[in-house]
Write a new protein. Structure first.
Length: 130
């Protein structure tokens, strides 16, 4: 991800150090800690009482955790934390690479949108294969 920010900022004439970018981008991952916490709590709430020895219940649970209620909650939280992280990354890229905040938002926004589409798309694809 950091490499994409670095290369993308080159298009706008970025001239800061890569190691400085790494240090600044690291703070953008802090909001991502929320995703596994919310995922664990929602999974615990919805999974309790499931009989895993019944294949039908196990399949329904797997589909529910990817495209059902739990999945939708996790997708919303995941997208929300990526947007939050993107805000942090935008300001980090702008400051470290000496480009405007608007240009940094273009670079970071493209990476974040692709990342969200990949995360949600892979979850839905895996659910459809069940």
């Amino acid at each position: 991800m950091e490499g994409r920010f670095f290369l993308g900022s080159l298009v706008f004439g970025g001239d800061g150090e890569f190691r400085d970018l790494l240090a600044a981008i690291g703070w953008g991952f802090a909001p991502r800690i929320i995703v596994p916490l919310v995922g664990g709590i929602t999974a615990f709430v919805f999974v309790s009482g499931t009989n895993f020895s019944d294949p039908q219940q196990a399949r329904q649970l797997a589909q529910m955790t990817t495209t059902g209620t739990v999945g939708m909650i996790n997708h919303v939280v995941n997208a929300g934390t990526f947007i939050w992280a993107g805000w942090v990354w935008t300001h980090a890229v702008a400051r470290v690479r000496n480009i405007s905040t608007q240009n940094a938002a273009i670079v970071v926004g493209a990476v974040v949108v692709i990342q969200i589409l990949v995360n949600v798309g892979l979850s839905i694809l895996s659910a459809s294969l069940l």
